[in-house]
Design a binder for this molecule. Structure first.
Ligand code: HEM
Length: 147
């Protein structure tokens, strides 16, 4: 087994956990019976896991790219790195923006329900954007190699 194989395994594990978690939030965690506070509690567990997965994805992806060298890397790899960076930037904006706003609203002990709902709506909207980029990144990373 070459180092590249191990890095690729860890890279795809990171992608699966991060992207899979976002799909779970957007497709499964949508019951109207869930309160905003319950929904936020699930995300409280998701964020640390996703940051670890993102670090794993970036470090292993970076290693594979540097090992081959930018000049020799297929264009699909470079585009993957660019699109992956956009995904991370939008995801970070969720964490710094509406996620921080949601936690602040919930800390007001039910007094800021409207703000909490608005923050939840904004989080969902931005996660959808990250997921659209995730599909594009995966297409480039796989089908793009055939070009
Ligand atoms: C953010 C920085 C990223 C870098 C630097 C990077 C770099 C790389 C590299 C060098 C490979 C090895 C390709 C090969 O062996 O053929 C790879 C594989 C792969 N990456 Fe990324 N990647 C990044 C992010 C992502 C993201 C966010 C996704 C998905 C949403 C993704 C999906 C994939 C997939 C599916 C493969 C397997 C492709 C294959 O082996 O044919 N990558 N990545």
């Amino acid at each position: 087994m070459r180092f590249h194989h191990l890095a690729l395994f860890l890279h795809l594990t990171g992608v699966a956990i991060w992207v899979g978690g976002m799909v779970f939030i957007r497709v499964c965690l949508v019951s109207p019976a869930l309160t905003v506070a319950q929904w936020a509690e699930a995300l409280e567990y998701f964020f640390p896991l996703s940051w670890i997965s993102i670090a794993l994805t970036v470090i292993t992806g970076g290693f594979m790219l540097i090992a081959v060298g930018y000049a020799h890397a297929p264009p699909g790899w470079i585009i993957m790195a660019v699109l992956g960076s956009v995904m991370i930037a939008v995801f970070a904006s969720v964490w710094l923006g509406p996620w921080a706003a949601l936690r602040a609203a919930l800390a007001k002990d039910g007094l800021a329900q409207a703000q909490a709902r608005e923050a939840m709506r904004r989080i969902n909207k931005r996660l959808d954007i990250v997921l659209v980029f995730a599909v594009m990144t995966s297409v480039v990373a796989t089908l793009g190699l055939a070009l």
